[in-house]
Every structure is written in structure tokens, then in C-alpha cells.
Write a protein of this length. Structure first.
Length: 207
């Protein structure tokens, strides 16, 4: 029996939040995968991940980043990212750290959303990769497509289309990932101020 729940190591692996075996399991296809199937499934996983990353406005595979010359705050836990003065715009996890001769530290951090640990992200990616494969015209896709009818002689097969949103078996919608979105804040645009002396400001501008 093959374990289809094993994820690839990150970030030194192939950068996937789900394995090709998980996609095959969603399609109901037997294991092991052929090299051609693995290549196809990985491509569809990456496409689904790109859609998720664009929607969330953040990467869903963390990257390894090294910051040098950091000093911990007080006697905090060096394995806790909150101990370090970090100027980052996403989640950071301490991977390792090394003391430097000047008393500072070089800290290796995993920065970004760890999509492989988010059930909603994995479910979305696997479901949409599987659905994309079902719709492919090649044999790898047809093997996992939903059959609606077969002729009496077995010479023709009809396939069902993708279930509509809200129907049983429909892939999850991208809105199911809203809680993970990273919002970008922009300064409020204010109307241009009239030139002095008509401006509401009491201070004459310096020229």
C-alpha cells in the first residue's frame, strides 16, 4: 500500500504543496505513477499553485532567507522569530542560527506561507490539478474522467462535465482561501491643496 499523503520536503524539494500521488488518489488512478504521469501532474499542481499565490498576493511555498548581524531581544527564545528584529512582510520561521564573533547572529529563516501545512490550500490545489487532468484529451486524463454513459457494445463512452459550483463533487472555489489573503494597504489619496493664500492651511509654504 502506497502512502499518498507524503509531501515533498520544502524548501529544498520541488516546491510543491501536494504530491502527484495525492492527485492520482483524487482521480482514483492506480499507483505507481509512470514518469509521464508524474510530469503531467506536477505541471498541473504548479499551475494551480500559481493561481493560489496570485489570489493570496503571497507565495505559498516558503523561501529560505539568511539575515546577518541580528541581535536577539533580551533573553528570548532564539528559535522564536519574534525574538529577532525582523523587517519582513510575511510569516517567518527560524530554521537555524549561528553566532558571529561580534556577538550578533546569522539567522536562517523560512519566509512565506507554508501552503503544504494549510489544509484548505492543499485541498484546492489537489482538486483543481485533478480536474485539469480530467479535462485533458490524452489517456492520462480520460482514465480519471467521470463517465456518464457507455454504449451497449462498449464502443463509445460519454463523459460528464465539471460539476458547477455548489454541486456535489465540484472543486473548491478560490474564495475558500480568503482568510489567508495578504492585503496591501495604500496611502489614502487626498485632493490637491489649493495654492497659498487660497489653501486652508494657515502656514505659508516655503519656496
Amino acid at each position: 500500500m502506497t502512502d499518498t499523503s507524503v509531501m515533498l520536503d520544502l524548501p529544498t524539494g520541488q516546491g510543491l504543496v501536494a504530491s502527484p500521488e495525492a492527485v492520482a488518489d483524487a482521480l482514483g488512478l492506480p499507483l505507481p505513477l509512470t514518469p509521464a504521469q508524474r510530469t503531467t501532474y506536477e505541471m498541473e499542481i504548479r499551475d494551480a499553485q500559481a493561481d493560489v499565490s496570485a489570489y493570496l498576493n503571497r507565495p505559498i511555498v516558503p523561501t529560505l532567507t539568511t539575515l546577518r548581524g541580528l541581535r536577539p531581544h533580551g533573553s528570548g527564545d532564539l528559535d522564536d522569530a519574534a525574538t529577532w528584529a525582523l523587517d519582513l512582510d510575511d510569516i517567518a520561521l527560524v530554521e537555524s542560527y549561528r553566532a558571529a564573533p561580534d556577538g550578533t547572529y546569522d539567522v536562517d529563516l523560512l519566509v512565506g506561507l507554508h501552503g503544504a501545512h494549510e489544509e484548505a490550500v492543499v485541498r484546492y490545489v489537489v482538486a483543481h490539478a485533478a480536474e485539469a487532468i480530467r479535462q485533458r484529451p490524452d489517456s492520462n486524463g480520460a482514465a480519471g474522467r467521470r463517465v456518464s454513459s457507455v454504449s451497449a457494445e462498449g464502443q463509445s463512452v460519454s463523459y460528464e462535465s465539471t460539476p458547477a459550483t455548489g454541486q456535489a463533487g465540484a472543486p473548491p472555489v478560490i474564495g475558500s482561501l480568503n482568510r489567508l489573503r495578504r492585503l496591501t494597504f495604500q496611502p489614502v489619496r487626498r485632493p490637491a491643496r489649493a495654492p497659498w493664500p487660497y489653501s486652508s492651511s494657515r502656514t505659508r509654504p516655503w519656496f
